[in-house]
Design a protein around this ligand. Structure first.
Ligand SMILES: Nc1ncnc2c1ncn2[C@@H]1O[C@H](COP(=O)(O)OP(=O)(O)OP(=O)(O)O)[C@@H](O)[C@H]1O
Ligand SMILES: [Mg+2]
Length: 279
């Protein structure tokens, strides 16, 4: 095995609606940073991942999300090649698994009700959000604001017609939408302080409810740890109370706005993570 050979895997284009190039760019920049540290980086599309055939990489960093490629990577990981994020952690971001994992780990999350789409039922309070229960937003109809019971039924029916069997229903939370990015697990692996940035989503009328970003960072790190994520991002709402409500957690986001800084940090993190005691 070539000791410096590693793979970076792009996200599937269908999983990056509206941010295909942002998603590709952070992977490319991270690859460049790793090359500057002496690694021999090959970037691949998910379709180019062929499991354990050929030359084995020393490690893999990945943004892909679909089950078949994650299964192939899990086999590679099981054969001793470390991955960030681990394919299982990425699988854990599928909405239904994520909700179960947060429940199990006592991570505070937006109240979420898992329902079948085949028997749509609009009963219950509105407005709500109706979201497909498996993958995150890939196209229109996957994540829908439903202001009335009729709109809930329509959103569920539309998912059923696309053969998506289950959905998640969440109450609509009023407040300021905050996006965040994080690097590093738990309390900061290998002596690196965990990196965290949050910012207001651009397209909104801000109410400006005060909140403590450190509190959000702690909430997010607990959530990332529950899924096993090391490179992550997501969405939270800060309501009038100032207590952030976690809406969503994703594996390896685009880091847009912070790309240069983040790629340097990710590359340092990966270097420490993958070369402990070896370089
Ligand atoms: N319960 C909620 N209350 C208020 N706003 C919400 C709620 N759920 C979702 N939203 C809005 O919809 C957006 C997308 O929701 P979410 O992040 O859960 O879906 P996603 O599949 O990850 O989509 P994306 O890839 O766009 O983030 C959020 O950023 C937020 O603006
Ligand atoms: Mg989201």
């Amino acid at each position: 095995m070539n000791d410096s050979y590693c793979w970076g895997i792009f996200r599937e284009v269908t999983h990056s609606p509206g941010r295909e190039s942002d998603d590709a760019e952070i992977l490319r920049l991270t690859g460049k940073q790793l090359e500057a540290k002496g690694f021999d980086v090959v970037l691949k599309s998910p379709d180019e991942v062929n499991g354990v055939d050929g030359v084995r990489p020393r490690f893999v960093f990945l943004m892909c999300e679909r089950v078949p490629v994650l299964e192939r990577l899990r086999a590679l990981e099981a054969s001793g090649v470390p991955h960030v994020n681990s394919p299982l952690a990425v699988l854990n971001t599928y909405r239904d698994r994520m909700i179960a994992a947060f429940d199990e780990a006592n991570v505070p999350f937006i109240p979420s009700r898992l329902v079948p789409t085949a028997t749509p039922d609009g009963a219950g309070p509105s407005p709500v959000w109706v979201k497909r229960a498996d993958v995150h937003n890939t196209q229109e109809g996957d994540v829908v604001f439903a202001p009335t019971p009729d709109a809930v039924v329509a959103a569920l029916q539309a998912l059923a017609e696309r053969s998506i069997p289950r959905a998640v229903i969440q109450p609509h939370v009023e407040g300021d939408l905050v996006k965040f990015y994080g690097i590093g697990a738990g309390g900061g692996h290998h002596g690196e302080p965990p990196w965290f940035r949050c910012f207001y989503h651009k397209e909104q009328q801000l109410a400006g409810h005060p909140f403590d970003p450190r509190r959000l960072a702690r909430l997010v790190r607990g959530a990332a740890a529950a899924l096993g994520l090391e490179i992550y991002g997501g969405d939270a709402i800060v309501p009038r109370s100032g207590v952030p409500v976690l809406l969503d957690l994703n594996a390896w986001p685009s880091f847009a706005l912070f790309r240069d800084e983040a790629s340097v940090r990710i590359a340092s993190y990966l270097t420490l993570r993958f070369t402990r005691g070896r370089r």
